[in-house]
Design a protein around this ligand. Structure first.
Ligand SMILES: Cc1cc2nc3c(=O)[nH]c(=O)nc-3n(C[C@H](O)[C@H](O)[C@H](O)COP(=O)(O)OP(=O)(O)OC[C@H]3O[C@@H](n4cnc5c(N)ncnc54)[C@H](O)[C@@H]3O)c2cc1C
Ligand code: SF4
Length: 466
């Protein structure tokens, strides 16, 4: 896949990756062996018929390929950009055993982007209205998927979104240079074109309660509120000025356009030397955003080694090319402030990796040495947790861990008519796993309303954590 020049792109928010040309897409599709037992499909959480969609690309029927993907996945332009394909479909591709796997994600993105160049999307078949209303709380990938699948079955679906724009993390978390807002808008418009209503600025649990929704005639409720609350390390100095939690930092820029201050009235403190703590996608996005805001030096501070980094491989490479410096085996122990309460340094322990424990996992341990980084901003990107606003308002809802909802594999909670999926059931995970949960929940909501299952679900098993 072609990328923009790192020296130019690190100064702006335009998309970094340019996608495949038609010639490249044809060549890439031709590499697919059309396996009879395609391993790639078993690596896809929503089981897209990958060989079939690639066979359309081989025939140059790009819209046919897209239609095939949409039978399984309503957000192909998004998944083609942000899915961790190297550990999912591509990680299972048979060609990967000896050489490079087929670039399935790049082909998915290609057909989705091709459609935008030729006009309006072709709508799938939508059943006639069945007269039943379903409420979906949260417009992230889980919420949008459940809404689209139920709308296709003929349900009257309303999505309630707390923020002023739809899309969840796709909109407020993932930066424009990785996932342009117009792509999210296009996918959200597609979902709306199936008849789904999206009401923004509605915080369920405050603006409206769950009881009010049921009283208003909604037969079932899907909770897809994600896990967007901050997690801190609990080290001294986290309350200093210029320490940000990654989601807040990214939301200020992505959703509130702080990088265009004062044209937009949300500010973000610009810094010269920035330490980002963590090594997942959120950390990479924060580091590359800080660079684009004008920081001269940006460090990723991570307590393990490069091998254990959880972020997408492509984003790590992009960050390196743009000049982000990686401090591995480094664990922050204190954020040091100046006399005015502003960050001036980050003290870290130097770590070593121990021998694997019984589970086979290697853990980092302090080596006894420490070092100090001179920085004037610290961004904490060590994970998120559940937001309690809605959860606390629902009496009797069974929870696990730090306030995540217990649901079975089909999204059923312990309360009748109430379903859940995505990050709020698993903890922070991926776009496609949230979509997979949305798909399964849509089937089970349909079964519930049509009376194909008992109305009071059995106590569900806790969902798997990410
Ligand atoms: C910065 C960042 C980068 C990421 N990068 C990647 C990546 O490259 N690839 C990948 O696969 N995954 C990535 N992820 C993870 C992925 O985005 C999430 O796993 C996924 O978005 C979860 O989807 P969801 O639908 O469960 O929740 P979310 O996307 O979090 O959406 C939940 C929505 O619910 C709304 N909401 C919350 N409470 C209420 C309420 N009470 N009433 C109404 N609405 C409410 C929220 O405002 C939000 O819009 C990233 C995450 C972050 C934070
Ligand atoms: S495993 Fe690879 S080669 Fe086989 S069908 Fe899937 S993408 Fe094609």
């Amino acid at each position: 896949m072609r990328h923009r020049d790192p020296l130019k792109r690190k100064n702006d928010f335009k998309e970094v990756s340019l996608g495949l040309t038609e010639k490249q897409a044809d060549k890439e599709a031709a590499r697919c062996l059309q396996c009879k037992k395609p391993h790639c499909v078993s690596g896809c959480p929503v089981e897209v018929d990958i060989p079939k969609f690639i066979s359309f690309v081989k025939e140059k029927d790009y819209l046919g390929g897209l239609k095939k993907i949409r039978e399984y996945n309503m957000l192909p332009a998004i998944c083609g950009r942000v899915c961790p394909q190297e550990t999912q479909c591509q990680g299972y591709c048979i060609l990967g055993k000896k050489k490079r796997p087929v670039s399935i994600g790049a082909l998915e993105r290609f057909v989705a982007d091709y459609e935008a160049t030729v006009g309006r999307p072709e709508l799938p078949e939508v059943n006639p209205p069945n007269g039943h209303k379903v409420a979906v709380v949260g417009s992230g990938p889980a919420g949008l998927t459940v809404a689209a699948d139920l709308a296709k079955l003929g349900y009257d679906v309303t999505v309630f979104e707390a923020l002023h724009e739809a899309g969840g993390v796709l909109t407020y978390g993932i930066p424009e240079f990785r996932l342009p807002k117009k792509i999210i808008q296009r996918e959200a418009d597609f979902v709306k074109s199936l008849g789904v209503k999206i009401l923004v600025n509605h915080v369920i649990g405050r603006t409206l309660t769950v009881e009010e929704l049921f009283a208003d005639g909604f037969r079932a409720l899907f909770i897809g509120v994600g896990a967007g609350s901050p997690k801190y390390m609990g080290i001294p100095g986290e309350n200093l000025n210029n320490v940000y939690f990654a989601s807040e930092f990214l939301t200020r820029v992505n959703l509130m356009k702080a990088h265009k201050f004062p044209a937009y009235d949300t500010p973000v403190k610009k810094a010269s030397q920035v330490a980002v703590v963590g090594a997942g996608n959120v950390a990479m996005d924060s580091a590359r955003t800080a660079l684009r805001l004008g920081a001269k030096k940006v460090y990723i501070v991570y307590r393990r080694t490069e091998r254990e980094m959880p972020s997408r491989h492509e984003e790590v490479e992009n960050a390196k090319e743009e000049g982000v410096e990686f401090m591995f085996l480094s664990n922050p122990k204190e954020i040091v402030g100046d006399e005015n309460g502003y960050v001036k340094a980050l003290r870290c322990d130097k770590m070593v990796m121990c021998e694997p424990d019984e589970s086979g996992r290697r853990k980092p341990e302090c080596s006894g040495e420490e070092f100090t980084l001179d920085v004037d901003q610290v961004i904490m990107a060590i994970g998120q947790t559940s937001n309690p606003i809605l959860i606390r308002s629902i009496l009797g809802l069974k929870l696990w861990g730090e306030g995540y909802i217990v649901s079975d594999k089909d999204g059923r909670t312990n309360l009748p008519g109430m379903f859940a999926g995505g990050d709020i059931t698993t903890g922070a995970a991926t776009v496609i796993s949230a979509m997979g949960a949305g798909k399964r929940a849509a089937r089970s909501i349909d079964d519930y309303i049509m009376g194909r299952t008992e109305t009071t679900p059995k106590t569900p098993e806790p969902a798997l954590t990410s």
